[in-house]
Design a protein around this ligand. Sequence first.
Ligand SMILES: NC(=O)c1ccc[n+]([C@@H]2O[C@H](COP(=O)([O-])OP(=O)(O)OC[C@H]3O[C@@H](n4cnc5c(N)ncnc54)[C@H](O)[C@@H]3O)[C@@H](O)[C@H]2O)c1
Length: 431
Amino acid sequence: MVTSRETATGAADRAARPLKMGMIGIGVGGAEMLLLMEVAPEIDLMCGADINPITRRRFQARYENARVYDSAEALCKNPEVEAVWISSPNRFHAEHTILALNHGKHVVVEKPMALSIQQAEQMIRAAEKNGVKLMAGHTRAYTHPIRAMRKIILSGKIGKLCAINVIAYTDWMLRPRSAEEQDPLQGGGIPYRQGPHQIDTIRVLGGGKLRSVRGMTGQWMPERPIPGYYAGYMEFEDGTPVTLVHNGYGYFMGAELVPWGTSAQRYNLEERIEVRRQMETHSRDEEADKQDLRIGGEAEEREFRRYTPAGKPWVPEDLGLLIVSCERGDIRHSAHGLYVYDDDGLHDIDLTPDRIMGGAGQRRAELEEMYEAVIEGKPLYHDGNWGIGTLEATLALTESAREHREIQMTHQVALPVEYDAAFSFPYLEGR
Ligand SMILES: NC(=O)c1ccc[n+]([C@@H]2O[C@H](COP(=O)([O-])OP(=O)(O)OC[C@H]3O[C@@H](n4cnc5c(N)ncnc54)[C@H](O)[C@@H]3O)[C@@H](O)[C@H]2O)c1
């Protein structure tokens, strides 16, 4: 039995006083969160804003009682909105966040938090000036298996953390991309978009404070003028080493490493061949494919709205295969939780409650953390200062690749040990 925050506070209490939330940028990333917001008791999804009229129409059709706006500013002017989820394109993250903060709204901003450290600092200052919360959201670090790994490390049951290795092979580069996503200056490419998942995760596991980053990026598909690969070597302040890799070109797929993985990928082998052919011959209608993944599209239904009460088994998809090594054991994902290899053998820790709202349920922790901070006055752990640490290491991958040198970190903060105090499972209690 896993215990988490909701069981501690009570879903009914939360439903009685939900956080009134709006979404700016109702795109593919937004679609992942909408499903979750619909069923999360702590959230009242009361409005959305998007410049795309099809998206606005479909949002209104799905949420009849919600307000729909054609600009971020119009949404921010609604005095009832307490918090805003920002999932507009990367280049707008800073602008929309600061706009919402200046209107007195709390903000959860998608990864990457911003395109530069300077932008992120302005966001933090705006939150402080207006006395509202800024949260750096939507990375795999919020999922139950990662939180459980952190608790095992902190418990000391298998000794001190010694090393982290994470390696992802995905079809990220084959998924439909808008024009702005194909511009590195607007935050396009694997390092900006996928780096934060791995980096936020390893920071949660390693305590938060990285000392240095060495990185290399790769761009070898002419049809995609953005990096589709990175490799990184990072060290925490105490010398703990981390290697991380993401290859998004979609030939070998990490999901193949588990027997059930091939049926759980975004595109199967034949579809990947066809997508590549269309891209090479310029016959792909990418805008239509992308819109189909947004609200109301057939692909949205297929990818994000499959309700699977028992949850689907884990596959090494966008985060990748993550292996944590401690002095007396290793930890990695299992089908429904974690494998812990220790001196007693192999333990399969079931974290199934994570799956109760389908795959999307994994991201619930972000909404809970924001809710608890705003409504219950608890600390916000993944605030702007935490987010800037992940952004700094993300940007350093590209900077290091360009300059062929190691980059020293200067914006790192620790994750307090009190974070996630209520999260518990039997392995922690004894063996
Ligand atoms: N694609 C994914 O699977 C995914 C998953 C998680 C997070 N994200 C994050 O979501 C963000 C958007 O990526 P996406 O893939 O959803 O792209 P997208 O193009 O599907 O979504 C962006 C949405 O913002 C809207 N928009 C653009 N400019 C706007 C403006 N000025 N004001 C209001 N709305 C505006 C667009 O019309 C679109 O609906 C990125 O930061 C990305 O990192 C994406």
